[in-house]
Ligand binder design. Structure first.
Ligand SMILES: [Zn+2]
Length: 94
């Protein structure tokens, strides 16, 4: 998990997830108030954990002939991907 570049305090999963929800909002360290911004490559990481597997599943891999079922599983993949993404993204000190 990402830590503060200034004081090495780990950022919580919830804090990083919250940052995603607010359009990659910068994260402020709770110990030293240093502001961290998400790196460009991490935005790609997030997309490749969410949108990309969802599209690939929806277009190529779905075993279902039912559009609603396909859509449901695709959304599930997107949600699971977004839950994992905080472990793989990096933030840099501003
Ligand atoms: Zn800090």
């Amino acid at each position: 998990m990402q830590t503060c570049e200034n004081c090495n305090t780990p950022f919580s999963w919830g804090k990083i997830y919250g940052s995603f929800l607010w359009n990659y909002q910068p994260i402020t360290c709770k110990e030293c108030q240093t502001i961290h911004k998400i790196t460009i490559s991490s935005r790609f990481v997030f997309v490749s954990f969410t949108i990309l597997p969802m599209l690939i599943f929806g277009h190529f891999l779905s075993p279902f002939h039912n559009i609603l079922l396909t859509l449901g599983v695709a959304i599930l993949i997107c949600i699971v991907g977004s839950l994992l993404a905080p472990y793989f993204v990096t933030y840099k000190r501003k």
